[in-house]
Every structure is written in C-alpha cells, then in structure tokens.
Design a protein around this ligand. Structure first.
Ligand code: ADP
Ligand code: ZN
Length: 753
C-alpha cells in the first residue's frame, strides 16, 4: 500500500535489539538511503560500542526521538526486505524476555536457527513439479509403466516428495536420466522451474511409501473426538493425553494432525532430541508427505532450507526438538508435545526457556490447540489438568490388550554374598537371567546413573538422611565430616549409626557399571556382555553401534545407564534388571521421586513387547518407597496421589514457582560474600512485593564446583507466575555480581544440581 509505504519512510528511527545481555534496546538513525527499507522484524547491521558491525533486529520504527540525529549512530545495512521475524514471534520473544529475564535480542536469537540468522549464498536449481493431481499419480504412473518404467518412477518419486523436488535429486534417487524427464515434460505431466534452494529438497529420511492409518480403538476414538471438537472450535486450548506406553497416543495425534492439515493449517510436533530418530521421523513422513524436520544432525544448509520451506507454508507438519517450537509455520493449528515430561524441553543456556511453556504461549497468541502427550505427565501438567485448566484425556489400555510386563521388587537389604559383602545382582535376578540366557534369550541390566554427590544411607534399613526442612537428601562432606542440605544450608554431624534403626551400616557407595559387569562375568563366564555408560555426544555413535550389535544378538547381556531405557525395543530381551532403583531417590533435588518414577515406568513400559514376554526385576534398598511401588504397579495415579500432597506441604512446584539464582566464580570467598548479600537483599525486598514469597539459602549448589567455578545458589519460592514476574522486576537491579562473580537466573528451573 503506497500510503503505508510513505508512512514507513517517514519513520527515521529504528529500535534495534542486539543479542547481548543488556536489559534494553537501542535507537538507531535510518539513513536517507535506507528509509522505508528497514522492516520491523528484519535484520540490520549496526555499530555498537567499539565494534563496527553487530547483527541486530529492528523491533520497532518511530518518527523521532529526543536525542538529536547527530548524536545517533546509523544503521549500516538492512539485510531483509521482508521481515524475518513475524509479529507473532516478536510478541513471543517479548514474553520470553520478560518471563525468563533475558534481553529481547537474546530471545529473538533463540527463535531463529543460526543458519537462518547468518544466511549465506544461494543457488538456483531446476525444480520439477507434478502437473498431475497427487491422487491421480498412481494411475498415470501405472499407465505409462509398460512404455517406460523410468518415467513411471520419476512420477512416483515426485509424488512421494509431496509434488515437487529438485530435478537432479529426483533423477539421482530414481537412477533415471534427463531424457526420461524430457518426455514427461513434453507430455506436460511435469514442469520444471528454476528456484533457489540450498540443498536437497527432501531429506532422505522422509521419503517413504505412505502407510494406512489404523482403525482407532474406542478409547482412542474418544480422545481423538475431544481434540477435533476443539480444533473445529478453533480457540486456544490445552489437552493432556495421558496413556501408558503402547496405548496408541501417537496414533491419536497423527489423526488430529491429519484433520489440521485438511483444514489448511499446520502442525508442529515436538519430541525430545533423543527420540528424534530416523524411524520416528519416517513414521510421520510416511503419513504426511509434506513434513519438514528441524534437528541437530542437519547441516546448516539443510536447516536453512527446511526453515524456508516451513515459512513458505509448504510443510504441513514440522517435527523437531525443543527449538522447533519456533518453527515459522504460517498458521499453527496444532502443537503436539510428545513426552511432555522430558527435561530436555528446558534449555540450559540463555534464554532458559521451557518449550512446553513457550509452546503454550505461542498457541495462545495463535489460537491453536496444544496436545501434551505422556505416559508419565509432569506433575505440573497433571495438576493443571486436575484444576481444569487443561482437558485430561486418558488411555487406559495397551493396543491389542497386550499386558504390561510383571515387575518384581527385590529387597536388597537381604542380599549378602559370602564374607559380609553386599551382592550387586540379587539371587532372584540371577535366576531370571539364567533362565533367559538358557533359553537363547537376552538380558538387559539397567543402572540408574550414580548420584554424583555422596549421600548417606543405611544398607540395613534403607534409611537416607534428609533435611528436616526441605525433604531433600543431605550431602556428605568428608573433609569436615558433616551432612549438609544444598537448598537451605542446614547441616549436622555425619552419623556412624543409622538414626532410624540404630545399627551400624551407613554407606555412600553405589555399584557402578564396571562392578556390575564384573559380577555378570563371574556368574556367566561364557556369555558376551556389552557395557554402555557415558552419554556424552562423542560417544553417541559408539552407543548406536553397541545397541545395534546387541539387537543383532551378538551379545546376550547389555549393561547401561538411562540412555539404554530410551532405546529399549529388543523383542528377545526377556529379563530386565534395574540394579539400583533408588539411587536417583537420593539426589538432592525435590523432583527425585518423580524422576525415579518416570524412569522405572519407562523401563517397565517398554519391555515385554515381543512374543516371548518379559519380566522386570527392580532391586532396591527402599522396597516400600511409594515411587518405586507405583512404578512397579504401572500406576501413575498412585504416584501422583502420594507425591502431590508432599509438594504442597513444602511449597514446591506445582504448588509454587521457583526462581533459582546461581552465583559462580573462581574465588570462593567472593562468591560466598556476594551470594550472602544477594540473599539478604532479596529477603528485604520480598515482603514489599508479596509476603508469600520465600527465600531459601544461599547454600552451596549440589554441584558446588563445576569447571573450576564455585557455585552457590538461592531459591526463591513464589506462589504463582505473577509473583515471579513481580519479583524479577523488583530484583532486576540486584542481579549483577561484582567482577569475578557471575549471576545466573533460572526461572522454573528443572535441574536443581
Ligand atoms: P504410544 O504412543 O501410546 O506408545 P503408539 O501410538 O505408538 O502408542 O501405538 C503402539 C503400537 O500400536 C504402534 O505400533 C501402533 O502402530 C499400534 N497401534 C496404534 N493404534 C492402533 C490401533 N487402533 N490398532 C492397531 N494398532 C495400533
Ligand atoms: Zn534444607
């Protein structure tokens, strides 16, 4: 519109957000030559400080400001004619900046893949388009098959790619020649145009024959109907799809996506990075040919290209990890968050956002529907469902009425080897392994990763020493022989006899994977054993190979940490042993029971899929712990009924919101002094804001030293999100440490370590 154009060019000042940790935006003069060519939501280069050229985002235009033009710095270059950031994303970024306490530039930065922020060169490629309607392609391809199988293949490949793809790519993947394409071109079955693309149009993992959907069970049908009713209404809503593993949750949301696509809108599916496997992507891609993927294994060029396809509205479905919540689909209809309880949805660097919460805000702005799916929902989501904020949909049965595997709890307090030594593998587990291995089947032993901090527990009665105020385990400090609470700082002398049963037997050792391996080898000297234990990124490939080898039957026993639980899909595994179910229970984190429950429920739910069935043996020193009992009974309800009142009593989420403030630095005294000052300042401030806010600490963080930095933390317990915002606003000026002390603010922290 010309009038708007004129209006734009009168605006001489651009407000620019930079990706820096400064709590403000800056005014820049738009030079004459660029007037009207700096869109809101576009990238600009500006001078900043002594740096001649910094990338920023124009977030607002205005006619003038109080500073005279001569004193303003000028924009050097405008990189986008069209905005890169939509008004919706800008709004979302503003919310993130306010809620998670980061700068607007940092929030904007997080919404764009690096490959897009720093777009480089582009190539023009020949692109082939089908001229036959998709549903007729099969027929046409059949008709011409006798004449030319090659031409037939090209048509099918184009159809599988959703109707268009770079010509070279199609020719290569079908092993056909340009001559075949020319015939199709002449007969107007396809057309070819030059287009900008950076790399292969469709990722290999997406090319697959379509698979027909299942007929829904009545339970699935009910859940599906609830979602579609809301999709039809077209107003923001959140549904929690809670169903045990293999109850068909995926099938339900795939149906909902199909409806969304039919209505001309798009769907985003967020899954934990670790579940973003070629199989899961293909599963979606085979249903929805126009699926785009955003994940960390893509090259920069691929990511940029996927992003552009999404933005042009050429992808009906986007699947990706956390950051795909920012996928720029033109009209979001449905956002699915699969395994919504997974911690990897929370980013552990600035901005420390949670994709579930950002996703819900985005859906609110977009009037879209959110489906949270999980076998073990986070207590936050579960409570929201119980309060009626979310609609709860429950799937109670496994598909095909398959049974969940029996789970047996073995009390390790009675398991002694000769010479008063503790057994690593109980007699019951050994017997089950013997039976499985004897029948040519496999066994999987699972170790909850060891707590990094020594906790004190009694190997006779299972008792673990806890803070009387915070209900978290005390950490043993050998140098000063005390046990200390890492939330509030409470401490006491380390006991030598168990305060509960009065006997001697306080221990803080656990079994590591190597010790388990040795025990297995002693028991079964002729069996091949595979051990997997660190889940660093560098070891990922090695792990995939090891899992592959185990799947192929090259070894009979696999020993590993929680990462093994995710890959559990071995039909020949008939014994699963959880070596130390209670170790995570002793982490100094109020969510430790929830984690234990989730992990055990996952292990239990994923086994016994093959025809041979399966058995899960859970070894523990705390056989009566409710989270272990509930997991063994596959009973989420029981777990929630036990855990929620405890959380309420101590004022933990979901009955409060936490802000965690970490102070860290190389000099321990400096860190300690500043943390104490900050704590005192917060205590003075809080009653003015809301007398329900509680300040805990400072205390040494459970990981008191990390990469050479000393760490202390404070916990602020706020009654609700509003109190969080008000506290953060009020405490803004306090969050800056002296030189040598860095302050990190984490709103709604997931890790308390
Ligand atoms: P969940 O997501 O709850 O773990 P899935 O949706 O993956 O469960 O379903 C588990 C298995 O059952 C999958 O192999 C899926 O293809 C199959 N399945 C799902 N729904 C049906 C159905 N209605 N009829 C037959 N098989 C189904
Ligand atoms: Zn405490």
């Amino acid at each position: 519109m010309p009038s708007q154009q004129a209006d734009q060019s009168e605006k001489r000042i651009a407000i620019v957000a930079l990706n820096l940790a400064v709590d403000k935006t800056f005014d820049y003069l738009i030079p004459e030559t660029l007037r009207g060519r700096v869109p809101v939501g576009g990238r600009v280069y500006v001078p900043f400080g002594n740096r001649p050229r910094v990338l920023g985002y124009c977030v607002e235009l205005k006619a003038g400001c109080r500073v005279p033009d001569a004193r303003l710095k000028s924009i050097q270059k405008s990189l986008d004619e069209e905005p890169l950031v939509s008004p919706l994303m800008l709004r979302l970024a503003r919310w993130m900046a306010a809620y998670y306490r980061c700068s607007l530039g940092e929030a904007l930065h997080a919404t764009l893949p690096a490959a897009v922020r720093w777009a480089g060169g582009r190539r023009r490629l020949q692109h082939a388009f089908l001229e036959v309607p998709l549903e007729k392609v099969g027929q046409v391809a059949d008709d011409i098959f006798d004449r030319s199988p090659a031409q037939s293949k090209i048509l099918r490949a184009l159809a599988a790619a959703g109707g268009s793809a770079p010509l070279a790519h199609i020719l290569k993947s079908t092993r056909t020649s340009r001559a075949s394409a020319r015939v199709l071109l002449r007969e107007k079955l396809i057309r070819v145009e030059k287009r900008f693309v950076e790399s292969e149009y469709l990722l290999d993992e997406l090319r697959r024959e379509p698979r027909p959907p299942h007929t829904l069970t009545s339970e699935q049908q009910d859940a599906y109907r609830s979602v579609t009713a809301r999709l039809k209404a077209g107003h923001f809503d959140v549904l929690l799809l809670h169903g045990i593993t293999s109850s068909g949750k995926t099938e339900v949301y795939l149906r909902c996506i199909a409806d969304v696509v039919k209505s001309g809108k798009q769907a985003i599916v967020l899954v934990p990075e670790i579940s973003l496997t070629p199989q899961s992507i293909r599963h979606l891609g085979s249903r929805f040919p126009r699926t785009a993927v955003l994940h960390s294994r893509l090259t920069q060029a691929e990511r940029r290209q996927q992003w552009k396809i999404i933005r042009r509205g050429e992808a009906d479905v986007v699947i990706g990890a956390r950051s795909a919540v920012f996928a720029p689909v033109p009209k979001l209809g449905l956002l699915v968050i699969d395994e919504e309880h997974e911690n990897s949805f929370k980013q552990d660097s600035v901005p420390r956002y949670h994709a579930r919460d950002v996703g819900i805000m985005r859906a609110k702005y977009d009037d879209a529907i959110v489906v949270l799916s999980s076998a073990t929902p986070s207590l936050e989501s579960y409570r929201n469902a119980r309060l009626g904020k979310y609609t709860l949909l429950t799937l109670r049965h496994r598909i095909g009425r398959r049974r969940l595997p029996p789970v047996e709890i073995v009390d390790m307090r009675g398991e002694w080897a000769g010479g008063g030594r503790q057994r690593v593998i109980s007699r019951r587990l050994e017997a089950c392994m013997r039976r499985s291995l004897g029948a040519g089947q496999q066994a999987l032993l699972f170790l909850n990763r060891r707590g990094f901090s020594p906790f004190l527990h009694c190997i006779r009665c299972g008792f673990a020493l806890k803070c009387p105020r915070c209900d978290i385990t005390l950490t043993y400090h050998r140098d000063i022989n005390v046990a200390r609470c890492h939330y509030c700082g409470y401490q006491r002398r380390a006991p030598t006899v168990c305060p509960e049963c009065g006997r001697e037997g306080i221990s803080y050792s656990g079994a590591g994977t190597e010790r388990v391996e040795r025990a297995v080898q002693e028991m079964f000297p002729d069996q091949a054993v595979i051990r997997m234990d660190s889940d660093s990124t560098t070891a990922r490939r090695a792990h995939a190979e090891k899992l592959g080898a185990f799947g192929a039957g090259e070894a009979r026993v696999l020993i590993g940490t929680q990462m093994v639980a995710k890959g559990l899909d071995f039909p020949n595994v008939t014994t699963v042993g959880v070596i130390n179910a209670d170790v995570a229970l002793h982490l100094p984190d109020f969510r430790c029971r929830e984690r234990t429950f989730q992990l055990l429920a996952q292990v239990a739910g994923r086994t016994g899929r093959g025809p041979a069935g399966g058995r899960v043996i859970v070894q523990t020193f705390m056989p009566d712990d409710p989270s272990i009992r509930a997991a063994a009974g596959h009973d989420y309800q029981a777990f929630a009924e036990y855990e929620l009142p405890l959380r309420r009593e101590l004022g933990y989420p979901p009955y409060s919101r936490l802000v965690r403030i970490i102070c860290r630095g190389r000099k321990p005294e400096r860190v300690a002094r500043f943390a104490a000052e900050l704590g005192a300042a917060c205590r003075r401030l809080c009653p003015e804001i809301d007398e329900r806010i509680r300040v805990l600490g400072p205390a040494p963080a459970p990981r008191a030293q990390l990469r050479g930095r000393h760490r202390r933390h404070l916990l602020i317990k706020c009654p609700d999100a509003r109190a969080v915002r008000e506290f953060m606003e009020g405490a803004k000026g306090l969050m800056k440490g002296p030189s040598g002390v860095k302050v990190v603010v984490d709103v709604d922290p997931i890790s308390m370590l």
